[in-house]
Structure formats: C-alpha cells, structure tokens
Design a protein around this ligand. Sequence first.
Ligand SMILES: NC(=O)c1ccc[n+]([C@@H]2O[C@H](COP(=O)([O-])OP(=O)(O)OC[C@H]3O[C@@H](n4cnc5c(N)ncnc54)[C@H](OP(=O)(O)O)[C@@H]3O)[C@@H](O)[C@H]2O)c1
Length: 279
Amino acid sequence: MRIMITGARGQVGRALQAALAGHELILTNRSELDVCQPQSVRAAIQDARPDLVIHSAAYTNVDDCARQPALAYRVNGLGTQNVALACRVAGAALLYISTNEVFSGDNPAGYDEWDVPRPINAYGRSKAAGEFYARSLLSRCYVVRTAWVFAAGGRNFIHAILARARRDGQVQVVTDEIGNPTFAADLAEAIARLIVTEQYGTYHLVNEGACSRWAFAAEILRQAGLSEAGNLPILSAQYQRASTPPRFGELRNNAAAALGITLRPWQEALADYLALAAS
Ligand SMILES: NC(=O)c1ccc[n+]([C@@H]2O[C@H](COP(=O)([O-])OP(=O)(O)OC[C@H]3O[C@@H](n4cnc5c(N)ncnc54)[C@H](OP(=O)(O)O)[C@@H]3O)[C@@H](O)[C@H]2O)c1
C-alpha cells in the first residue's frame, strides 16, 4: 500500500515508520507540509497519490492549546478538514489519530467507541472537530483514539518522572486522572493490522489496562529501580496547569478487539520502553 504520514517526525509518526516499513511510505513534516495550508495539502496529496493518509500531525501541547484555543482549532480541526478534503479529491482513504480527551471524563467506567464525545478543554474540542471533519467528508475513514502515548526518544511523562526523581529524589503526581498508558510502537503495530482490514470506523487503540497518573509513576519508578524515590500523591486541584484533562479518561477497545486486534498490558510495554531507552 502507498501510505502518506503527516507529522512523521512526531512520537507516533516515527513508530509508524517502523511498523509500516513493508509499505511504500511518503513522509511529511510541518516544514514541508503545513496542514493549515489547504492548497499545499491538496497539491501534496494529489501529487503523492497515496492509497491511505495517516494523519498524525497535530498541535499536541494541551496546555498551549488551552492558552491558544483558536490556533488549536486551526491546526487540529481545520487542518484535518484540509487533509480530509484533499483525500476526497485524490481518492485516498484516511486514518485520523484522535484522543481520549474528546470525552468529558465524568464516567468512572471509562469510554467505549460508541460513546458521544463531550470535550471539556480546547485540545479535546479541536480534536473532536477533526473527528467530525474526517467522518463527514469521507466514507473510507478510520478514527483511532489513543491516550498517554510514550515513545523512545520522546519527551513524555516517563521521561519527566525519571528526570525529576533523579534530580529531586521525589515526584508529586496526581491520583485523580485515569487513563491508559500506551507505547507508540504497540499503537503503530495495531494500526498496521487495522489498515489492511478496510473496516472503516472508530477504534480505541491503547495498551490494555488503565491506571492513575500516580500509579503509572509508581510503576515507572519501580521498573527503573528508583523505588526509593518519593512518589507523593496529590489531587489535580493542587497542580496548577492551563488545561483540565478528563478525570476518568479510560478508553475501552471493543471494535478493534472484534477484529482480533488487541494491545498487551501497559506494564509489559513500559518494560520494553525502558529496556530500549537504556540500550
Ligand atoms: N502524545 C499523546 O499522549 C497522544 C494521546 C492521544 C492522542 N494523540 C494524538 O496522536 C497524534 C500524534 O501525537 P504525537 O504524540 O506523535 O505528537 P508529537 O510528537 O507532538 O508530533 C506531532 C507532529 O505534528 C507536527 N505538526 C504540528 N503542527 C503541524 C502543522 N501545522 N502541520 C504539519 N505538521 C504539524 C509536529 O511538527 P513539529 O515538531 O514541527 O511541531 C510533530 O511532528 C496526534 O494527532 C495527537 O493528537 C497523542
């Protein structure tokens, strides 16, 4: 398959390059292709003639999105509209990567693929707008929601916890934010399996199991051999930040599981990530 990837230099984009190595890949980054420029997006996709575009590029700093909601909507909402319209003209299918932050997080049971998005922050609203454009402009479209992504070489939650534990001997982490830690390599492998099915629709691809940020930090410290570092539980209300994440943001995988596509438990994925990071 001929596959174009937007945001190819990002955490997920790099993992996709590895997982899709058997396909013909066209990689694009912001410097060559700004998704906010409709004419350039249309020309790039028409010239490349991909069978599928995996739209991974996004404005991903959730706190910056809260400070600049119009820019978040422009990149994540309208940028996806540009990509979807260009796919329609070029006859390409689309896989749009979305987020658990499209949900409000007020349901302790978490979220299934059929639950109705109700975002509570600017990032979530902009990504939900992207979902709307992708689905309404294309019939051959996958929407893949994921969460709490970590990738080798990325500056992510694991990186931040380890750096702070080594520097200060302790970390303070919130107990009242729940999600699914997800290894970018596992997500990319699952996407590689999904795209050959042509079962267009909405999917939740996350590593198996959910936990609080605090429990995630505890496991990171344990597996990294830093259990002696303090892991002080705090509440979100005690942690000043611009964006408000969904409190109960667990995603449940029903739709991909029905196709036989499941991801391993996040603790196993974390062990592989730490081994890679150490090598
Ligand atoms: N990371 C997570 O925890 C997480 C969770 C749920 C869903 N997701 C979704 O997963 C996807 C990939 O995330 P990620 O973690 O790989 O993010 P990332 O590492 O921040 O990569 C995003 C990429 O998008 C590019 N980009 C930003 N604005 C652009 C624009 N206007 N035009 C073209 N490219 C642009 C960035 O380029 P520059 O580096 O040049 O800015 C970057 O390479 C995103 O759609 C995100 O919303 C991520």
